[in-house]
Design a protein around this ligand. Structure first.
Ligand SMILES: NC(=O)c1ccc[n+]([C@@H]2O[C@H](COP(=O)([O-])OP(=O)(O)OC[C@H]3O[C@@H](n4cnc5c(N)ncnc54)[C@H](OP(=O)(O)O)[C@@H]3O)[C@@H](O)[C@H]2O)c1
Length: 323
């Protein structure tokens, strides 16, 4: 089987975790890694058996043996780094959020289509077995019509004004970092809302440390979405229907456990383990799409990333969060 050669761009915390899973995935090889620091690149390459390491991101995208670039830098650099890789004809898996706003996402989509290369946002939630099962239950009508979706993502972060989570220049704030998961769940199940009410608490650095949104949809359904870097919250997802509800257990965005409750009738709890750290499934999807000559995933199409950016833009406008 021909292996897909991955290039890792930006060697921080998530790059390390995802690289473990790239090696577990059935068709991948970490060919090259790139950091701003040569020492870091060399150590990372040794750890993951990469053939090459570079002390600049530019060298990585010039490397002819790299098939797909995984962009794992802070949010504000996703556009620049993903665009650079696309322009060099590389397939791209870019960490979430794909861009800081819908304009950036649209520009990336345009470039990917022009180059006829694969582009996907790293929303691993879509690919874990539990999300697939939850969608199967919903599509089979087991909980009836969806009337409400409720999801939260919160953890108590140590306040560091210079760190990625709080520094506005690095795209800090809870909404784009973790609020994106509740937002994505609502989009996956209900599409874009017709109306949004939202509120937020802001840090001294000018980013949101808490956001809450109430969305209303054309069909009358509602969604309640929350995220925070100020408190440990349950990190659960609930999908309430006319006949029953589904609970996506904590941490819902990569859950391994679901409850299906049919009101006044039955309750079933099932375990759906994922492979590795949970990223193997999204990596398999990228490998399958690339080897199959596809420019986007059917499960997470690029239009979904555009809609998600649109939703996040609308919420940001309401809570006055501008980057
Ligand atoms: N899918 C998930 O489960 C998940 C989880 C966590 C984070 N993420 C996403 O992954 C991205 C990175 O998060 P992370 O937690 O890995 O961050 P991190 O540990 O701070 O790593 C980011 C890396 O980006 C590079 N970088 C380039 N310019 C930088 C700058 N000016 N300041 C800081 N770093 C810079 C650095 O790599 P070099 O020094 O090697 O150049 C750094 O190590 C974020 O966009 C986040 O949303 C996704």
């Amino acid at each position: 089987m021909q292996k897909v050669n991955w290039g890792i761009l930006g060697l921080g915390k998530i790059a390390d975790k995802v690289s473990v899973d790239i090696l577990l995935a059935k068709q991948s090889n970490i060919y090259a890694v790139a950091s701003r620091s040569e020492e870091k690149a060399k150590a990372f390459a040794e750890k993951f058996n990469a053939q090459k390491y570079f002390s600049s991101y530019e060298e990585l995208v010039h490397c002819s043996d790299v098939d797909v670039v995984y962009v794992a830098t802070p949010h504000v650099f996703h556009f620049e780094h993903a665009m650079m890789a696309l322009k060099h004809g590389k397939h791209v898996l870019c960490e979430k959020p794909l861009g800081m706003n819908v304009k950036q996402v649209e520009a990336l989509i345009t470039e990917a289509l022009k180059q006829q290369v694969f582009l996907m946002e790293g929303l691993w939630t879509r690919f874990v077995p539990a999300t697939k099962k939850m969608l199967e239950w919903v599509d089979a009508g087991l909980i009836g019509e969806i009337i409400s979706v409720k999801a939260d993502f919160g953890f108590k972060a140590e306040y560091n004004p210079d760190g990625r989570l709080f520094n506005k220049n690095l795209g800090g704030g809870s909404l784009l970092d973790i609020g994106i998961y509740p937002a994505y769940l609502s989009l996956l199940l209900l599409g874009l809302p017709k109306e949004i009410k939202a509120t937020a608490r802001m840090t001294d650095t000018g980013v949101d440390s808490y956001f809450s949104a109430l969305c209303e949809y054309e069909n009358g359904a509602v969604a309640t979405l929350e995220s925070t870097t100020e408190a440990d919250t349950p990190i659960e997802g609930y999908i309430y229907g006319t006949k029953g509800f589904i609970k996506m257990h904590s941490r819902f965005h990569h859950t391994e456990k679901l409850t299906l409750n049919i009101y006044n009738k039955s309750e079933e709890i099932i375990e759906l383990p994922y492979k590795g750290e949970g990223y193997v499934h999204e990596i398999d999807e990228v490998n399958d799409c690339i080897t199959g000559g596809k420019v986007e995933s059917d499960l997470l199409p690029i239009t979904t990333s555009k809609q998600l950016a649109n939703l996040l833009d609308q919420i940001r406008m309401i809570i006055n969060l501008n980057y």
